[in-house]
Design a protein around this ligand. Structure first.
Ligand code: MTE
Length: 319
C-alpha cells in the first residue's frame, strides 16, 4: 500500500525484505517448507493458548461451495503478517499493538437507505446465525496472497434483515475510530476512519461474507475483530476490518485508499492481472509460505462466479 511519510522507500522493497526475514524464520530451503511451517504453527498455537488466553474456538459448519482446496497458509502468517494501518504501517506490529483493543461490547450502526436503521449489538447481528467456514484466497494489492479458512456468514443474509430501500445502490462500511487504542490513528497516514464500499450486487453476492473468525477460532484483533468484511475476488484492502457502521446509499461512497491515491486504488479493486498498479505489475503474486511466485488469476480465481457482475464494463477505467 502507499506509505505517505516514506516516499523514498518503495513499498515493494519493504515487502520483499519482510518476506525474506519471515521466510528465514520458517525455512532454510524450499524442501520441507510446509513441514517447518506446520511445526511453527504448533509451537505458536500452544504459546498463544497458554499465553494471552484470547484464543477461543467457534462453532461452525464447513461450506464446501466456493471453498478453495489449496493448501491453507500457515496460521502464523495469517495472524502475524497484517495490514492494519490503524495500528501501524508495517506488517508485524499490528499483532502486538492490536492485542489490547477492546472488542466487547461491540455494536454496528446501520443507516441510510434502509427501512430498519438502528444500532445493532454484535449479539443481535449473530443471533440465530449459523457460522460457516469458507476457505478463500486473499490477494493483497502488494502482490502477496494467502489461503485462509475464514469463519463467518453471508453479508446478503444480514443486509436483507435491514430491508434496504430501492434507492440503495451502494453499501459503505466504516472501521472503528478510537485513537486511544489505535495508535496509527494518531498520525495522518490515512484519513480516518477507514471507509470501504461495495456496489449493492457485490455486497449481495453469495461469496461476500462478514467474518468473525478464522482457523476455527474467534478472529484475532489484528485480523479485524470482532467483525470484518471478506470479498475474495477483490484486492485485500476492500476487506475492511473492525466494522462499526454500515451505510446504504444511492451514490458511490468515497473510500479511504481511493481518496489517498486515486490513480493507484480504484473503487472496484477487482483482482486483475491485466491492469497494472501504476508502480508495479499485478501479473504475479507470492503466496506466503511459498518460495516461487505464481500467476495472479482474473478475479483472484473467482471469475466463474463474479465476472457477470462487470459485463460490459471497461475494467481499465473501472479498476
Ligand atoms: N481495514 C482497516 N480498517 N485498516 C486497514 O489498514 N488493510 C486492508 C484490509 N482491511 C486494512 C483493512 C489491507 S491493505 C489488507 S491486504 C487486508 O486488510 C489484510 O487483512 P489481514 O491482515 O487479515 O491479512
Amino acid at each position: 500500500m502507499l506509505i505517505k511519510r516514506a516516499e523514498a522507500i518503495k513499498p515493494s522493497e519493504i515487502t520483499d525484505k519482510t518476506l525474506y526475514l519471515k521466510r528465514r524464520e520458517f525455512i532454510h530451503s524450499t524442501v520441507g517448507m510446509f513441514a517447518a511451517a506446520s511445526l511453527l504453527f504448533t509451537v505458536r498455537s500452544r504459546a498463544a493458548k497458554t499465553g494471552d488466553g484470547n484464543r477461543r474456538s467457534l462453532d461452525y459448519v464447513k461450506k464446501r461451495e466456493y471453498s478453495s482446496d489449496e493448501p491453507q497458509t500457515p496460521y502464523p502468517y495469517v495472524s502475524g503478517y497484517n495490514n492494519f494501518y490503524e495500528f501501524a504501517t508495517d506488517k508485524e506490529s499490528p499483532a502486538r499493538l492490536a492485542a489490547s483493543l477492546t472488542v466487547a461490547p461491540w455494536s454496528v450502526v446501520v443507516e441510510g437507505e434502509v427501512a430498519r436503521p438502528g444500532t445493532y449489538t454484535l449479539e443481535d447481528i449473530l443471533k440465530n446465525r449459523q457460522l460457516e467456514e469458507r476457505i478463500y484466497r486473499l490477494r493483497c494489492v502488494e502482490r502477496w496472497s494467502m489461503v485462509i479458512p475464514w469463519i463467518g456468514f453471508s453479508l446478503a443474509d444480514l443486509i436483507k434483515r435491514f430491508e434496504p430501500t430501492s434507492r440503495a445502490r451502494y453499501v459503505e462500511f466504516t472501521t472503528l475510530y478510537r485513537p486511544a487504542e489505535m495508535p496509527g490513528q494518531r498520525r495522518s497516514v490515512l484519513s480516518w476512519p477507514y471507509v470501504e464500499g461495495l456496489r449493492m450486487d457485490e455486497a449481495m453476492h453469495p461469496l461476500t461474507i462478514l467474518a468473525t473468525g478464522l482457523y476455527g477460532e474467534v478472529l484475532p484483533n489484528q485480523n479485524g475483530a470482532p467483525l470484518r468484511l471478506v470479498v475474495p475476488w477483490k484486492y485485500g484492502f476492500k476487506s475492511i476490518k473492525s466494522i462499526v457502521k454500515i451505510r446504504f446509499s444511492e451514490h458511490q461512497p468515497r473510500t479511504t485508499w481511493n481518496r489517498a491515491a486515486p490513480r493507484e486504488y480504484g473503487f472496484y479493486a477487482n483482482v486483475n492481472p491485466d491492469v497494472d498498479h501504476p508502480r508495479w505489475s499485478q501479473r504475479r503474486e507470492r503466496r506466503l509460505g511459498e518460495f516461487f511466485k505464481r500467476k495472479t488469476l482474473m478475479f483472484n480465481g473467482y471469475a466463474e462466479e463474479v465476472a457477470h457482475l462487470y459485463k460490459g464494463m471497461d475494467l481499465r477505467k473501472y479498476f
